[in-house]
Each structure stands twice: as structure tokens, then as C-alpha cells.
Design a protein around this ligand. Structure first.
Ligand code: 26Q
Length: 750
């Protein structure tokens, strides 16, 4: 089928008496036919991205755009009296928690766009990330039954199913293929677990934790399930093409491990070669060392996976035996290198906490990479210091990126048109051309202000519909949208808002440009303190938005069920991107890049990719504040006393609202617990573990400075445009080219 035939068939679709969902399925099926009919030849050498999460978002508009038929479809539907936006009713496929999952989706998009053979392997969860409802200000979780709209973008491959064996059951892994359209069509293959009721449970739920361990055994089963299905299939395919010559496996296959979640695939790979094909253990290990690469996405200690040895022994005895064997082999090698006891303990695969997936990955992987310059340095100097000493050549940096197709062309058509008119359309296929914009900043500032105003209007209309909050058109928009975590410091923003609110009320803050603070965030269901922060923000919003003395100047909105589709709207309509993590803790951040590309200035700490963003866009066009990594480590060494910051009346007043009765926590005592965590410490953490009180003052000052600068509309727009003009580096096209050249060694020759 070609585009012309697609258009003709689309015209013939009878829309009468059809609901949105059936129309969605019909048009999607047609587009699938179009896309699959032009799928190119298979490549000789391929890279595979193994990931527990692919946070794809809505496929409909994106796929039509990639196939080059979005506009025609919109026009033809309009002729039939249908607004293409009706399909926004179809909810996102949220098979991911946050950054790591969305990065996987951006990578697939970029690889297809560049014509590079990169395919994904993951799990087809029946329920994606929970849907968030807010009741009395508290987060409630509801199941995300995304398949109820149908799944027209997947093809079930019945005859390619496989069996995955656990000690206590065997599970059928059935592949569902989602094509990824672009210059070439790649495949995201998601495995669904079938068989007994127990078996089916494996692909039932995505784990809604992006930091802590939960439901250990099931999670172990999930990790092994998709890892085993993927490498089992790759080995079989290799044999079909090249016979049992496993030495050549790395010549044709590169496997990227998205964090430690798929690391058991290394062991399964060795198991298959040694047990099924009689390769000896050392040879199998050597082949694995040339095949696998590992990316780390977080330095938080609670996210470093260790598998309890008894559990592994019980449900995966062969894997257990191999883990021990590989542990001893590594120990032997390191001992020969005169490694000290401490160093050995630090790098051991079998530790007192169980099997360390990170240490296994560090030992076997061909390359190890962090996701922003600072993060990679922290891995080398800190988290993986010993491994870096012994395997320095493995370490690389690959600063993250985001796809400009979804995060600019699709979500901000108005800005895209302004870019076309200013620098031509070349940037759409070669994003580095965005740099040309640097020559036109002054000339188009006014037009940019108009584009931003339009995007705000659309956003405010949507917020009014969804959240019932009115935001006047001229408001300055500060946004903090991301998973809720203490290290991301939404709580610090909440305190800053309170300080501004009280300052407006008592007149100490004058000439304030009317502003709205937009939050979007889901908290892991079991993460109590994060949930308390959501409640606190909602309490603040309720009071601030009702206050007639100030509500012409300040509003606060916590949007419900923040997801990829909401992000597309918020990011395009924001002026200021709040990226305020404690320095050293946000590996990269990718939302920061999306905001930059849409012309929001960053108000942020020197953390993750913020550092590179301000390097590219200019410090003078962004607002950096707060403690640096060096400051934090000095504070930790010398002793940090948060209480002294409460002595300041402004900070004291804001923070004490947690305990002075200003707000209601529904009798749960959770606000007091939150207060204690800042002042005396709680659980295993010291007081104010994330340095909220330390950075609060400089944060408020940065927010107010932005507010003042915003009054000069054109000069502020110029800062925003400088961010757009220098955002090409943060395209995942650039990131993927680096992976392709420096790790996977794949090219677009096919
Ligand atoms: C670990 C053990 C048990 C259960 C779950 C987990 C788990 C699950 C998800 C651990 C970590 C994650 C996700 C981490 C993540 O999203 N990291 C983010 O990755 C982005 C892409 O590289 C970065 O931009 C973010 O800075 C980083 O936080």
C-alpha cells in the first residue's frame, strides 16, 4: 500500500454510527498496513535494547506523523466532520514508570528515524503504570487497563512463542510486535506470559516503583522471563543463519542492558551456550563479554538490585549455579591482579546482600555508561570507583537525549512552523540545523511570544477541563513535572511557593508578574513520604487558589494522572522548567531537555544534564542556583545542621505550616512525620537528607529573579529562544548515533 492508496481507503471509511474507539482501531489498522508494506530488509548486524519499561505514550498521532499521513488524515476526517483530536480519548500505553522507560521509547524512535537497526525487547504488561486519582488531596491508584481500547499497533506472533522455565513452572512467552516507523521500520517485541494463572501473573503488572524493591519474587520472575525469551530467540536465530558458530555471535548482535533489570540475560545466555550447545564455560563467558553492554540510570543506593541467593536457588537453580561459578571466576581473576580484600568485596557478584546485578554487569559488559557527563564522573569516582580502577576502558559517557519528533514537531506544531519560516525545514530531518536559529533570535522574539501565548492558552483550556482550575491567559508558567521523589525536591518548590504567597500577602514581594506553578507527579504507591508531599501540595493549592487577595497573582495546580500526553501539553506551554534535584542525585533528567527544546528556561541546580544544558544554551539564559556536588560532599563531611535555616522567619514560617495547623493531613500524622524528616531525621536518613532547607533561600531568589526578568517580554523570549536554538545536542538522534558508533557498531547500510 502507498500513501495514495491509504488516502483513498481512508476516504471510503464510513464514519456514521461509529464510536471513537472503533474508528481509532480502523484507521490505525489502515496505517499499520501502510507502514508494514514498506518495511525494509532485515539487517545483518543488529542491536537489541532490553528494557523492563517502554513508556511509549500515545501511538496514534506519532505513527501517522512518522508515516507522513498525519495531515491528510486530519483533513479527510475534518471533511467527514470529525476533529482528529477526538482520539485523545484513547489513553496512553504507559508501560513504564518515568525517565528510564521514556528514554527507551525515544531511543527506538531515533534509531528508526536514522535508519539504524535497533530493536526493543520488553514485557507486554496487561496493566501499565497505575492511573492516578486524587481524593481529598491524596493520591489513589487505579488499574491502567490500556488494552481496553484495543491494541491496533501490535501484531501477535503466535508461531514465534517460546517457553521459559522456572523450577516450579513453565511459562509460555508470546511475542507481540509493535513496529517502530521511520527511515526504516524496527520492531519493539513485547513478551506476554501465558499458561497457568500463576504464569499469567508474570506479565500482569508493571512495578510501580522507580526506586525501591517490592514484591521480590515476582519481580525476579519478570526479569528472567523477558531476558530468557529474548536471548533464547537471538541464539536460535543466529544458529539458523550462521550455524553453531557462536564465536561469531557478537559480530551480528549487540545487546544493551537498560539498567540492571535485564542483567540476568547474561547468565541465561551463558546457560544456553553451555548447557544446550556444549560450549565450555570460559568460551561462553568470553562471547558474552563481547555482546553485552550496560547503562546505569541511577545512583540511589536503594535502586541497586541485589537478588537474595535463596530465592534465586529456589526458582532458578541453574542460574544460581552459574552465578556462583561466575562469581568465583571473577574473584580468581581479580586475586591474580592483586586486588585487596576491600576491593574484592566491593566488586563481588555474590555479596552479603545477595547477587549484585550491577557488579555482574560491570564484570561482563563490554561497555558501561552513565547518562550525563556528571553522572558518568560520579560512577567512575564514586559508585563504581573500584570497578573503574580495574576496568577503566569499559567506561563511557552517553548523555541522554529526547526525540524532537514527539517533543517538538508533534507537541508544538506552532513553534515548528515558526522554525520552518525562520531557518527552513531542514531541521526536521537534520536536527543540528536548529543551530541556525542563533542568527535570528532578536528578529523573531515577538513571534515566539505569540507562539508561547497560544500554547499556554491551549494548556490552560485543558487544565480547566481536567482539573477545574482557571488560569488567566497572561500568567507566567513555572512547571515541575516528573516522578515524585524526595531527591527531586518537589517539597522545596512547595516551600518556595509558600514563601512567595506570604510575601505577596504581607507586601514584602512587590511587582510580581502573575504566575502559576504546575505540578505533575505520580508517587510509588508504597512510598509514604512522597504521597504526603502530594497531599501537602494539594493543600497549598487549595488555600492559594481560593485567596482573593492574591489569586490574581498566584495559582498552584497539581494536575491529576500526569503522563506522556499531559507532558506534551505542559512542556509546550511552560516558560520555566524546574529541575531542582539535590546535586549529584539526578542521573540526567530528560524532561529538562524537552522543556529546553520548547523554549522554557531552566531554573535548576548543577545536576545531571542541567549542567550540559546551561553549557550549551548559556548560563545567562538560564537560572542556576543551589549547592553543587562539591558543596554537598563538604556539607556531609563537616556536618549539616538544617535547624539553623529554620531560624530565618520566612523559611521557618513556610516549613512550620507542616505542624502549626495551617494545613490538614486528614489526621494521618504524615505532615508531622515529613517535618521530622527535615528536622530530626527519620528511618535510616539524617535530618534533611536532600538539603531542602539549605537550598531553599537561593531557590526563592532564583524564582523571583525570573519573575522580574519576565517583565521584559522580548528579552525573556530571547533567552527562551537561545534554549531552542541550542537544543540539538539534546536530541536522541545525537545520543543514538553515539551508541551506534561507539558501542553497537551498527550503521544504516541495509
Ligand atoms: C529497582 C529495584 C526493584 C524495583 C524497581 C527498581 C527500579 C525501577 C525503575 C529502579 C530504577 C528504575 C528507574 C530509574 C530511572 O527512571 N532513572 C532515570 O533514568 C533517566 C534516563 O536515563 C534519567 O534521566 C533520570 O535522571 C533517572 O532518574
Amino acid at each position: 500500500m502507498d500513501k495514495k492508496q491509504f488516502t483513498e481507503r481512508l476516504k471510503k471509511i464510513d464514519v456514521k454510527n461509529k464510536g471513537v474507539i472503533s474508528l481509532y482501531n480502523e484507521i490505525s489498522a489502515l496505517a499499520m498496513e501502510l507502514g508494514l508494506s514498506s518495511a525494509g530488509k532485515a539487517s545483518e548486524r543488529n542491536a537489541y535494547y532490553l528494557s523492563m519499561e517502554f513508556l511509549i505514550g500515545r501511538s496514534f498521532y506519532n505513527n501517522l506523523m512518522e508515516l507522513g499521513v498525519l495531515e491528510q488524515t486530519s483533513e479527510i476526517l475534518a471533511e467527514k466532520g470529525i476533529d482528529i483530536n477526538v482520539f485523545e480519548e484513547i489513553e496512553d500505553a504507559a508501560l513504564g514508570n518515568g525517565g528510564l522507560g521514556r528514554l527507551a521509547a525515544c531511543f527506538l524512535d531515533s534509531a528508526a528515524g536514522l535508519g539504524l537497526p535497533l530493536h526493543g525487547y520488553g514485557i507486554r504488561y496487561k496493566y501499565g503504570l497505575f492511573k492516578q486519582a486524587i481524593k481529598n488531596g491524596f493520591q489513589i491508584e487505579l488499574p491502567d487497563d490500556w488494552q481496553r481500547f484495543g491494541d491496533p499497533w501490535s501484531v501477535r506472533r503466535e508461531n514465534e512463542k517460546r517457553t521459559v522455565i522456572f523450577a516450579d513452572m513453565s511459562v509460555t512467552a508470546v511475542p507481540y510486535d509493535m513496529p517502530v516507523f521511520g527511515k526504516r521500520t524496527n520492531v519493539l517485541r513485547l513478551w506476554q506470559a501465558e499458561g497457568s494463572a500463576e504464569a499469567q501473573k508474570i506479565s500482569e503488572y508493571l512495578y510501580p516503583a522507580d526506586d525501591t524493591e517490592e514484591g521480590k519474587i515476582l519481580r525476579l520472575r519478570q526479569e528472567y522471563f523477558f531476558s530468557a525469551a529474548a536471548v533464547g530467540e537471538l541464539i536460535e536465530k543466529h544458529i539458523k543463519k550462521h550455524g553453531r558458530n557462536f564465536e561469531s555471535f557478537p559480530q551480528y548482535n549487540a545487546i544493551q542492558l537498560n539498567d540492571t533489570h535485564p542483567v540476568l540475560s547474561i547468565i541465561e545466555f551463558i546457560r544456553l551456550l553451555t548447557a544446550d550447545y556444549k560450549v565450555n564455560f570460559s568460551d561462553a563467558l568470553e562471547i558474552a563479554k563481547k555482546t553485552f553492554s550496560y547503562t546505569n540510570h541511577t545512583v540511589l543506593p536503594e535502586a541497586l538490585e541485589c537478588w537474595n541467593a535463596d530465592i534465586v536457588k529456589k526458582i532458578l537453580p541453574d542460574i544460581y549455579a552459574l552465578l556462583i561459578k561466575i562469581h568465583l571466576k571473577q574473584k580468581d581473576e581479580l586475586t591474580r591482579l592483586n586486588c585487596t580484600r576491600e576491593e574484592l568485596a566491593d566488586m563481588a557478584i555474590y555479596t552479603s546482600n545477595g547477587f549484585s546485578m550491577a557488579n555482574l554487569a560491570l564484570y561482563v559488559a563490554k561497555t558501561v555508561n552513565g547518562v550525563a557527563k556528571l553522572h558518568t564522573e560520579i560512577l567512575k569516582q564514586n559508585l563504581f570507583k573500584t570497578a573503574y580502577k580495574y576496568y577503566p576502558g569499559k567506561f563511557q559517557n552517553k548523555t541522554n537525549g529526547i526525540t524532537q519528533r514527539r517533543w517538538l514537531m508533534l507537541c508544538n506544531g506552532e513553534l515548528s512552523v515558526l522554525l520552518d519560516e525562520t531557518i527552513g525545514t531542514g531541521w526536521r530531518s537534520d536536527v543540528s540545523e536548529l543551530g541556525k536559529l542563533n542568527g535570528y533570535i532578536g528578529q523573531i522574539a515577538e513571534e515566539f511570544v505569540a507562539v508561547k501565548a497560544e500554547k499556554k492558552k491551549q494548556l490552560f483550556k485543558y487544565i480547566k477541563q481536567r482539573e477545574g482550575v482557571d488560569i488567566p491567559d497572561n500568567f507566567l508558567v513555572y512547571s515541575q513535572v516528573k516522578r515524585l521523589h524526595e531527591y527531586k525536591r518537589q517539597l522545596m518548590t512547595a516551600f518556595a511557593i509558600l514563601e512567595i504567597y506570604y510575601g505577596l500577602k504581607d507586601g514584602t514581594i512587590k511587582n510580581f508578574a502573575p504566575s502559576v506553578f504546575i505540578f505533575g507527579a505520580k508517587s510509588a504507591p508504597a512510598y509514604k513520604r512522597a504521597k504526603t508531599i502530594i497531599k501537602f501540595i494539594n493543600e497549598i493549592a487549595a488555600i492559594v487558589n481560593e485567596d482573593e487577595q492574591t489569586n490574581g497573582l498566584l495559582k498552584v495546580v497539581f494536575v491529576c494522572n500526569y503522563n506522556v500526553s499531559y507532558a506534551e501539553k505542559i512542556i509546550a506551554g511552560s516558560d520555566v522548567s524546574l529541575q531542582v534535584s539535590t546535586a549529584g542525585l539526578e542521573a540526567s533528567g530528560t524532561g529538562n531537555m524537552k522543556f529546553m527544546m520548547n523554549g522554557a528556561v531552566t531554573c535548576g541546580t548543577m545536576d545531571g544534564a542541567n549542567i550540559e544544558i546551561v553549557e550549551y544554551a548559556g548560563l545567562e539564559n538560564n537560572y542556576v542556583f543551589g549547592a553543587t556536588v562539591e558543596d554537598i560532599s563538604k556539607l556531609k563531611k563537616e556536618g549539616y545542621e538544617p535547624l539553623k535555616y529554620l531560624a530565618d522567619p520566612k523559611h521557618g514560617k513556610a516549613v512550620k505550616t507542616l505542624i502549626d495547623g495551617t494545613f490538614e493531613d486528614g489526621g494521618t500524622g504524615s505532615f508531622k512525620e515529613l517535618y521530622d524528616s527535615l528536622t530530626v531525621g527519620a528511618s535510616w536518613h539524617k535530618a534533611d537528607n536532600y538539603f531542602v532547607l539549605y537550598d531553599l533561600e537561593s531557590y526563592v531568589n532564583a524564582l523571583l529573579k525570573i519573575n522580574g526578568d519576565y517583565k521584559d517580554k522580548n528579552s525573556f523570549a530571547e533567552k527562551q529562544l537561545k534554549n531552542v536554538a541550542n537544543s540539538a545536542y539534546f536530541s536522541s538522534d545525537r545520543t543514538i548515533k553515539e551508541y551506534a558508533d561507539e558501542i553497537w557498531e551498527i550503521s544504516d547500510a541495509f
